[in-house]
Design a protein around this ligand. Structure first.
Ligand SMILES: N[C@@H](CCC(=O)N[C@@H](CS)C(=O)NCC(=O)O)C(=O)O
Length: 206
């Protein structure tokens, strides 16, 4: 059976859990990272030398990097709706996956880290404000994309929605000011209708 290493509060672990739930893939999950530790132990580092989560073991095949894990699982299980085969459709999904990792995620990171994982007395208001401002700016790009389609790459969700969806929950949930982005909001409400998203992603942020 597929084995997943990683704590449920990690957005990168959530991507894998969410896709597994959508594809009804059974898996065994082992808590690792954050308060659970384990990731700096030699046995874990032998699987993932980065000492980060998630990592999967599919029989004797070991893989890390959450976006790569998503692509692998979609390929392995023929989930072509989530990860299209046609080159241009596939490239668009990958474009938004990369955008999530290089643009949206980094913009939101400081606001999340400061407001969720930093004691109030140690928070830096300027750092939070800059992260909030930057995130609002980049999310206008996703809002424009979603104005013409139900999901980022068309009428049905893909791996692009998985990558962006995990951090979208955080953005909509953090105690920050948000501009009105109606298409993004409608898309988020669409995600929230999916049981796997509710079960895996819409949990208390820690
Ligand atoms: N690029 C990696 C990043 C992995 C990563 O940064 N994971 C975080 C959790 S989201 C982590 O392991 N943090 C340390 C910990 O949880 O102990 C991926 O997408 O898998």
């Amino acid at each position: 059976m597929l084995r997943l290493w990683g704590r449920t509060t990690s957005s990168n672990v959530q991507k894998v859990m969410w896709l597994c739930a959508e594809l009804a893939l059974p898996y065994e999950r082992i808590d690792a990272g954050g308060p659970f530790g384990r990731t700096q132990e030699p046995a874990y580092l032998a699987l993932n030398p980065n000492g980060l989560v998630p990592t999967i073991e599919d029989d004797d095949f070991v893989l890390w990097e959450s976006n790569t894990i998503l692509r692998y699982l979609a390929n392995r299980h023929g989930a072509h709706g989530w990860y299209p085969v046609e080159p241009r459709a596939r490239a668009q999904v990958e474009q938004w996956m990369d955008w999530s990792s290089t643009t949206f995620g980094p913009a939101l990171f400081n606001a999340f880290w400061q407001l969720v994982r930093t004691p109030p007395e140690q928070r830096d208001a300027a750092v939070i404000a800059e992260s909030v401002r930057k995130t609002a700016t980049v999310l206008r790009i996703a809002d424009a994309q979603l104005a013409a389609r139900a999901f980022l790459c068309g009428d049905a969700p893909t791996l692009a929605d998985v990558c962006i969806g995990v951090n979208a929950y955080r953005w909509f949930t953090l105690p920050i000011e948000r501009p009105d982005l109606p298409a993004l909001r409608a898309w988020y409400d669409r995600l929230a209708q999916r049981q796997p998203y509710r079960d895996v992603v819409m949990i208390p942020i820690r």
